[in-house]
Design a protein around this ligand. Structure first.
Ligand SMILES: NC(=O)c1ccc[n+]([C@@H]2O[C@H](COP(=O)([O-])OP(=O)(O)OC[C@H]3O[C@@H](n4cnc5c(N)ncnc54)[C@H](OP(=O)(O)O)[C@@H]3O)[C@@H](O)[C@H]2O)c1
Length: 272
């Protein structure tokens, strides 16, 4: 029987001193995710495709004393991602935590959607996850220098997918398929990475939360809002901050036995 260790319990949510790479850092959730890591003393590598938005974010973070650096890259482009990782490692020496928080949707009925539009969504939400996950995992394995670490000590990877990975919806043949694919990719990557390399990888699956794109759904008078609320036992729609606790849990020693999961962050959406 293992004896419970007091200092483990006291520090199990710590990410202090870790290097955390956040994709989609300029988005609604990416921004709070990166800030939460920064507030907890991690060094934060912020990435997205838009340099100007990243610069604005870094200025805001630095004004709050957060250690961060920016790296513009398109996560769906292999050469961009390889350079991104080289640059992050050149700046901070390693990558301990990866949070994938970028994403895109352009809903369209399958009868009206072009194959090119469908493929763009698949690339933005699924292929890009594979590319970032593959190259960051390679970097995490390299950092082990041939040692076999304990569970969770090789790195932590959290991928924001969606409850739409489990439920279909009109106009969502691209988004639901890509998010479902990402959940399955995470399950498979856990089988590749967790036992041999101590890398834990999990999906964080939210329902609708407030962002620039979803703000319109938050009008309490709208049918969409009322419809969502009927499916939310928790009684409200989510804010990006609602998932920070789960993110830190999945990024820290508190979750050393958790891998390959699609973690429900939906206020109970699937129980109704
Ligand atoms: N908001 C919701 O209700 C909701 C619900 C469930 C799941 N999600 C998922 O949660 C994650 C974060 O969502 P969010 O609402 O915080 O996002 P958001 O505010 O819309 O921001 C999206 C982020 O992804 C980047 N991005 C946009 N289009 C992209 C593309 N085609 N390829 C690669 N990157 C792209 C953006 O930066 P650049 O344009 O500068 O690259 C931005 O940083 C996404 O995976 C989303 O699918 C969101």
């Amino acid at each position: 029987m293992v004896k419970l260790d007091k200092s483990f319990v006291e520090n199990m949510y710590s990410v202090e001193g870790k290097v955390a790479l956040v994709t989609g850092a300029t988005g609604a959730f990416g921004r709070v995710a990166a800030k939460a890591y920064g507030y907890l003393g991690a060094k934060v590598a912020l990435t997205g495709r838009n340099q100007a938005k990243l610069q604005e974010l870094a200025d805001e973070f630095k004004a709050e004393g957060i250690e961060c650096a920016i790296f513009a890259a398109d996560p769906a482009k292999e050469e961009d991602v390889q350079k991104l990782i080289e640059d992050v490692v050149a700046t901070y020496g390693r990558i301990d935590i990866l949070a994938i928080a970028h994403g895109f949707n352009k809903p369209a009925n399958i009868l009206e959607q072009s194959v090119a539009d469908w493929q763009y969504i698949m690339d933005a939400d699924c292929k890009s996850v594979y590319i970032v996950l593959k190259y960051v995992s390679e970097q995490m394995v390299k950092q082990l220098n041939g040692e076999k670490p304990a569970s969770g000590q090789g790195g932590k990877i959290v991928v924001v997918t969606s409850q739409r990975s489990k439920r279909g919806m009109a106009g969502y043949t691209g988004y639901c398929t890509s998010k479902g694919g990402a959940d399955m990719m995470i399950a498979c990557a856990a089988c590749d990475l967790s036992a041999p390399y101590g890398i834990n990888i999990n999906a964080l699956c939210p329902t609708v939360f407030r962002s620039e794109l979803t703000e319109w759904m938050f009008d309490p008078e709208s049918a969409v809002y009322k419809n969502f609320l009927n499916r939310e036992p928790i009684g409200r729609l989510a804010e990006p901050d609602d998932f920070v606790g789960y993110l830190i849990f999945l990024s820290s020693n508190a979750s050393n036995f958790i891998t390959g999961s699609a973690c429900d962050c939906s206020g109970g959406y699937l129980v109704v």
